[in-house]
Design a protein around this ligand. Structure first.
Ligand code: SF4
Length: 521
C-alpha cells in the first residue's frame, strides 16, 4: 500500500454509498470506525444534496475493539431498520472494519429481517470505488431480480417482433450519485430515446427503488451509459434475461449519431427523423472562422476510461485537436484506453498516481488538458488551460444549470467548456502583445474598472528561480511575460537550463533571447 495525499478513487464502500445514495428506499449499514462518517460530506457538500446519504455507520471506537463489536453491528441494523423502514438493505464493512472480521453477512442474515438484505464483500485493499459501485449494483440486481428470471435455456423474442403500436423499452445502467454530470445525462438520453420512440423502463441505480430493480428484466434491452459502474450488471442481465446491451456511449456528435443508429438497428425504429433534427451546434462552430486557430491544438486527456476515450474521439474528430497524451486511472478498463491510444499514436498512461500524470503533462507540454479535478490542479500549477471531463468531481461539477455531457446538447456543452480555456489563452496572448500600449500596460487597471494606475508593487529586484541558482532581472521577467501563457512555463525552464549550462546567474533579456535561439536550432 502507498500513502498518498490525493487519490482518484475512494475505497470500495464509497462506491457502495454512491449506489445507495442514488436509490430510493434502500439503506446501507456500514461497519466502520468513528471517523468514516466523513464520507457523508461527499454527498452533502460536493454533490450539494439536501439530505444525508441513507447510511448507518456502526462507528465503533478504539475502546470497543476489546468488547463485542458484532453485537454493536447487529444493534445498528435493528435500529436502522426501525428508524428508516427501508424496502431493502445492503450491509458491509469499511477498510478498517474488514480487519476485525466480524462477518456482516452472517450477522445480518441471523437477524431475519422481513426485507431483502444484500451482503457486500468488497475487498478494500485490492479494489477501489468504481469497482465497489459496480459490484454493489450487480449484487443488488442479482438478489432482487434473480427470483424473477426466466428458466435457464428459455429464449426471448427479438425486439423487432413486438406487437404493432407497442414502443420498445430499455433500462439505463450506471448513473450514480457523485457521478460526473450523470443527472443531466439521464435527462438528455431519456429525451433522445423518447424522440426515437423508446421508453425508459428503469434507470439503475439513479432514482430506482428495490421494487424497480426486481422488475428490471421486463425491459427489452439495456443502455450501458457508464461501463465502469454498469458493465457487470449488464453482462448478468444479458445472460439471465437475454436483454441485449447498447454499448455506444453517446458523448460527442459522432458517438450520439452512432448511438441512435445502434438503438434503431436493435429495435427496428427509423433513426432518420432524430438524426435529421440533430440540434448540435458543435460541428459548425468547430469549422467556423473563430475556431480555426484552435485546429491542431495539443491536448492531454486523462480520466475514467469511458470519458477519456470519448473525449479523445471528440477532440480528434470533432474539434480538430491533436491528442498528445491519453490515460486513465480505471485499471479495469485499461484495455479500452490502450486500444484508443493506438488510434492517436500515443503512449497510453494507466496509473492512479497523480504525480505520474503531472510528470507526463510536464513532459508533453500540451496546450490544453482535459481531465479530472486532479488534472485541473496540475494544469493550474503548470499554467495550462484545462476543462474537466470526468470524475473525481468537485462542487463546481454539480452546476445549477442543465449541463449534460451526452447527446446533442452534451456536445454543445463540450464545445463551450473545452474551447473556453483556449479562448482565454488567446485573450491573454493578445494582452501580452499589447502590453506596452498605454491602455494595456501592466500598471493600468482594466478600462471597465476605470483604467486608473494600479497600486500593486511592481517587480524591482532580480527574481530567484525556484531552484535558487539563477535569478531573473526585471527586464527579462517582463519580456518573459510577453510570451503566451501556455508556453511560458516551458520558455522559463529552457532559459534557466541554458543559464545554468553556461554558468549565468542573472538572466537578462539578452540571455532570454540567446536561449530562445539555442533551443530553436
Ligand atoms: S477505514 Fe478506510 S475509508 Fe475509513 S478512514 Fe480508514 S482508510 Fe479511510
Amino acid at each position: 500500500m502507498k500513502l498518498t495525499v490525493w487519490t482518484y478513487e475512494g475505497p470500495t464502500h464509497v462506491g457502495a454509498m454512491r449506489i445507495a445514495t442514488a436509490m430510493e428506499g434502500l439503506h446501507y449499514v456500514l461497519h466502520a470506525p468513528q471517523g468514516d462518517t466523513y464520507a457523508d460530506l461527499l454527498f452533502t457538500m460536493i454533490q450539494r444534496d439536501n439530505k444525508r446519504p441513507p447510511v448507518t455507520y456502526t462507528t465503533f471506537q478504539a475502546r470497543d475493539l476489546g468488547s463485542d463489536t458484532a453485537t454493536l453491528f447487529q444493534q445498528s441494523m435493528i435500529d436502522a431498520y426501525e428508524r428508516f423502514k427501508p424496502d431493502a438493505m445492503i450491509v458491509g464493512a469499511s477498510c478498517t472494519a474488514e480487519l476485525i472480521q466480524d462477518d456482516p453477512n452472517g450477522l445480518s442474515q441471523a437477524l431475519n429481517l422481513p426485507i431483502p438484505v444484500v451482503p457486500l464483500e468488497l475487498p478494500s485493499y485490492q479494489r477501489k470505488e468504481n469497482w465497489g459501485a459496480s459490484e454493489t449494483l450487480y449484487h443488488l440486481i442479482r438478489a432482487l431480480a434473480g427470483p424473477h428470471a426466466p428458466a435457464p435455456g428459455s429464449t426471448r423474442a427479438p425486439i423487432t417482433e413486438r406487437e404493432a403500436g407497442v414502443r420498445p423499452s430499455c433500462n439505463l445502467l450506471g448513473p450514480t450519485a457523485l457521478g460526473f454530470r450523470h443527472r443531466d445525462d439521464v435527462r438528455e438520453i431519456t429525451t433522445l430515446l423518447d424522440q426515437l420512440g423508446v421508453d425508459v423502463h428503469v434507470v439503475a441505480p439513479m432514482g430506482a427503488t428495490p421494487a424497480d430493480l426486481a422488475n428490471i428484466g421486463a425491459a427489452d434491452f439495456n443502455v450501458l451509459m457508464y461501463p465502469e459502474v454498469g458493465d457487470t450488471a449488464a453482462r448478468w442481465l444479458e445472460r439471465t434475461f437475454k436483454q441485449p446491451t447498447v454499448r455506444t456511449v453517446p458523448i460527442g456528435v459522432g458517438a450520439t449519431r452512432d448511438f441512435v443508429q445502434e438503438v434503431a438497428a436493435l429495435t427496428g425504429l427509423d433513426p432518420e427523423p432524430v438524426l435529421a433534427g440533430d440540434p448540435s451546434r458543435l460541428p459548425w462552430y468547430s469549422r467556423s472562422i473563430d475556431s480555426t486557430y484552435l485546429t491542431g491544438k495539443r491536448v492531454f486527456i486523462f480520466g475514467d476510461a469511458t470519458h477519456a476515450v470519448a473525449a479523445a474521439r471528440v477532440a480528434h474528430e470533432e474539434m480538430g485537436f491533436k491528442v498528445v497524451g491519453l490515460g486513465t486511472y480505471s485499471r479495469e478498463f485499461a484495455r479500452e484506453v490502450r486500444a484508443a491510444a493506438k488510434l492517436y499514436d500515443v503512449e497510453p498512461l494507466i496509473t492512479d498516481d497523480y504525480l505520474e500524470v503531472e510528470e507526463a503533462v510536464n513532459r508533453l507540454q500540451p496546450e490544453m488538458v482535459l481531465g479530472t479535478q486532479m488534472e485541473r490542479h496540475i494544469a493550474k500549477r503548470l499554467g495550462i488551460g484545462c476543462a474537466v471531463i470526468s470524475a473525481p468531481v468537485h462542487v463546481q461539477d454539480f452546476p445549477a444549470s442543465y449541463s449534460p455531457q451526452m447527446g446533442f446538447e452534451g456536445a454543445n456543452v463540450l464545445f463551450d467548456t473545452w474551447v473556453h480555456p483556449l479562448m482565454m489563452g488567446l485573450e491573454e496572448h493578445l494582452l501580452g502583445m499589447f502590453r506596452e500600449d498605454f491602455e494595456f500596460n501592466d500598471d493600468v487597471a482594466p478600462s471597465h474598472l476605470g483604467g486608473k494606475t494600479r497600486v500593486e508593487a511592481s517587480v524591482k529586484d532580480p527574481q530567484p528561480s525556484p531552484d535558487g541558482d539563477t535569478s531573473w532581472s526585471e527586464d527579462a521577467e517582463k519580456e518573459l511575460g510577453k510570451i503566451p501563457f501556455f508556453v511560458r512555463g516551458k520558455a522559463r525552464r529552457n532559459t534557466e537550463q541554458y543559464a545554468r549550462d553556461n554558468g549565468v546567474t542573472t538572466i537578462t533579456t539578452e540571455i532570454l533571447y540567446d536561449a530562445k535561439a539555442f533551443f530553436s536550432r
